[in-house]
Design a protein around this ligand. Structure first.
Ligand code: FEO
Length: 408
């Protein structure tokens, strides 16, 4: 766990976590940080906690002591969001201190009780204030469905710091550099990619609510954005707000100028057309990513499709339906409400077709509204004339995705 001073009396405690499935689902290849913040006036508040996964609260208490905060002196636990990655330490804290107040929204209050049996809660509404003394004044601003319905921003007036919880967060472990002005160009790129992974894996379903939260953030004068995961932005907080605005467009079909090939093949026949597709994309100078299902993790699959302006779905028919690992991937993209992508499918069939019908059912059922080029299906191995049709489909896809490219 690292301890960092943000301003006089305001500290960040941050811990890298790896080898976990985030939310019990997402295999996060580059880990994640959990960030907790301390604000000290005459009274002391802690905003979110950081011991959800290591199960060792003593680590937090020891680090608090090292920045001069006796854990028993904490008066307020501010729960910006009840998901246990931020709140999982509350029950333990109760063992060392009895008289503290939890501050949260009304929707979080119910969860605080059902998750941890706590009932000493002060419910806050939009604009409510907590004066900690010595000029440190916090205000509270609900941002429902970022990412649970209970979430709120906490804003510290004197330093103009927005404690944004999941909003403006990113996956990815932090090394020595935890502030935006310290990041190397490589680290900036790393955290942008990990921001896309975080947004797409965890938050994409709630994009309309995230847009409202971006608008709400614009109402504040902000010097510092301090999220629950990832770096703190104190040099250019606008950057992460702009990034999140752009990510919200990716959820509606926009993307980077690149194609993702989401593919699977039983016996190499669809794979042969994938090889051919790569030749075409290279010839046209198009950047592309390949995701072979089921070998790719869902985290990587969702993040890569999410950020791409053009999608090639290459999958055969399997038992009268779409090749199951690709069908599962499409269903997951639908659950995440990743809509409006320009897409082209091709694939092989043997005894009968069926893949096309299921693909369209998935897209329809999930209201994905993908902009589909007419598919190409071939019996068995693709012949020369099939590849000519595949090439035409790819060229049409490239044309269609041009209108969807949004670069950061
Ligand atoms: Fe970082 Fe929704 O928890």
């Amino acid at each position: 766990m690292k301890k960092l001073k943000i301003a006089d009396g305001i500290y960040m405690l941050t811990m890298n976590v790896e080898d976990i499935l985030f939310e019990g689902i997402w295999e996060i290849a580059n880990g994640v940080t959990l960030n907790s913040y301390i604000v000290q006036g005459e009274k002391t508040a802690i905003i979110d906690g950081v011991i959800g996964w290591d199960g060792i609260p003593e680590t937090l208490y020891k680090n608090l002591e090292e920045i001069g905060v006796e854990p028993g002196s904490i008066d307020y636990l501010i729960v910006n969001h009840m998901e246990p990655d931020h709140s999982g330490w509350i029950s333990n804290f109760r063992k060392i201190k009895d008289d503290f107040t939890i501050i949260c929204t009304d929707r979080a209050a119910k969860l605080v009780t059902s998750f941890y049996g706590e009932d000493k809660v002060r419910i806050v509404k939009e604009g409510d204030i907590l004066d900690l003394g010595k000029g440190r004044v916090l205000s509270f601003h609900p941002v429902p469905n970022v990412h649970w319905p209970d979430t709120m921003y906490t804003y510290e007036r004197s330093t103009k710091t927005l404690f944004s919880c999941d909003m403006f967060g990113a996956f990815g472990k932090m090394g020595e550099h935890c502030f935006d002005d310290e990041l190397t160009p490589e680290e900036v790129e790393f955290f942008e990619d990990e921001g896309i992974r975080y947004y797409s894996n965890v938050m994409a379903t709630f994009t309309p609510s995230l847009r409202k939260a971006i608008e709400k953030a614009k109402m504040f004068e902000i010097n510092i954005i301090a999220p629950g995961h990832g770096p703190v932005y104190r040099k250019k907080p606008q950057k992460i707000m702009d990034d999140y605005s752009r990510f919200s467009l990716y959820a509606d079909g926009a993307g980077k100028d690149e194609v993702t090939i989401l593919w699977g093949s039983m016996y190499g026949m669809t794979a042969k057309a994938v090889d051919f597709a790569e030749v075409i994309l290279k010839r046209k100078g198009i950047k592309y990513n390949k995701l072979e299902m089921p070998l790719e993790s869902d985290s990587e699959m969702v993040a890569t499709v999410f950020k791409s302006a053009g999608i090639i779905i290459a999958a055969p028919t399997y038992e009268y339906e779409l090749f199951p690992p690709v069908a599962a991937a499409l269903n997951e993209l639908g659950r995440k409400r990743i809509a409006g992508k320009a897409a082209f499918r091709f694939g092989s069939y043997g005894w009968s077709g069926g893949a096309e019908k299921e693909m369209k059912e998935i897209i329809e059922r999930n209201k994905m509204n993908w902009d589909l080029i007419e598919s190409v299906e071939f019996e068995g191995m693709p012949r020369e004339e099939d590849l000519v049709r595949v090439e035409a489909g790819i060229l049409a896809l490239i044309e269609k995705m041009r209108g969807k490219v949004v670069e950061g």
